[in-house]
Design a protein around this ligand. Structure first.
Ligand code: URA
Length: 209
C-alpha cells in the first residue's frame, strides 16, 4: 500500500510562504520551486538502491556504495512539472528524464497525454513523477496510468501542494504509488484551484501571468 509523506521542515515552510505570496516575482518563484524540489529529493531518495563500487583513494583501495546506474527516471508533467526538474537533478544528477504532456480532452474533459518521450528502461527504473500541484488528481492519475501502460512498475509522485481530494484519488486508483507533498492545503475551489494555494504554478514559474 502506498503512503503519503507530507514534509514538516522549517526550510520548506519558509520557502512555500514565498510561493504563496502573490507579489513574489517569477524568477524568485522559480528559484524557490527548485529549492523545495531539492529538499524533497533528499528525502525521496532515502530508499534508493545502492551498488558496491571499488575506489582508489590517494592512499588505498576501498569499497564504497553508489547509486545504481540508470536506476531513477524523473518525469515532469508539462509544463509546471519542469519547474521542479532542476532541483531534483541537482540532488540526483545521474537520473534520466522522461517527459509527459497532459492536456484536457475537450469532449471528455479528462486530461490525456498529448506528448511523451520516455527512456527505454522505464520498465526497470524507479520513476518519480513531478507536478507542483496535486489538485483533483486527474492529471496525476492519468499520467501514472500512462506510465504503467508503458511498463513502469515502481512509481512515486511528488508535488509541492496537494489536497485530500487529489491524494484520495491517487491512492484509490494507484494504491501502490507513494505520494510526497511539501504541504497540504484544505480546499479545492470550483475552478479546480488549490486554496489558499499559490495560483497557477505554470504561469508563475514561466512568467505567463
Ligand atoms: N494547478 C495550478 O497550477 N494551481 C492550482 O491551484 C491547481 C492546479
Amino acid at each position: 500500500m502506498g503512503f503519503t509523506h507530507i514534509f514538516d521542515h522549517p526550510l520548506i515552510h519558509h520557502k512555500i510562504s514565498f510561493l504563496r505570496d502573490k507579489n513574489t516575482p517569477s524568477p524568485q518563484f522559480r528559484q524557490m520551486v527548485n529549492e523545495i524540489a531539492m529538499l524533497m529529493a533528499y528525502e525521496i531518495s532515502r530508499d534508493f538502491p545502492l551498488v558496491k563500487a571499488t575506489v582508489e583513494t590517494p592512499l588505498t583501495t576501498t569499497e564504497c556504495q553508489r547509486l545504481a546506474d540508470q536506476s531513477v527516471i524523473l518525469v515532469p508533467i508539462l509544463r509546471a512539472g519542469l519547474g521542479m526538474l532542476e532541483g531534483f537533478q541537482f540532488v540526483v544528477p545521474t537520473a534520466c528524464v522522461g517527459h509527459i504532456g497532459m492536456a484536457r480532452n475537450e469532449e471528455t474533459l479528462v486530461p490525456e497525454p498529448y506528448y511523451h518521450k520516455l527512456p527505454a528502461h522505464v520498465t526497470e527504473a524507479h520513476v518519480i513523477v513531478l507536478d507542483p500541484m496535486l489538485a483533483t488528481g486527474g492529471s496525476a492519475c492519468n499520467a501514472i496510468s500512462f506510465l504503467k501502460s508503458q511498463g513502469a512498475k515502481d512509481i512515486t509522485f511528488a508535488a509541492i501542494l496537494g489536497t485530500d481530494i487529489g491524494l484520495q484519488r491517487v491512492h484509490d486508483e494507484h494504491p501502490e504509488v507513494n505520494v510526497y507533498l511539501a504541504e497540504k492545503d484544505p480546499i479545492l475551489n470550483e475552478h479546480g484551484y488549490i486554496v489558499p494555494g499559490l495560483g497557477d504554478a505554470g504561469d508563475r514559474i514561466f512568467g505567463t501571468v
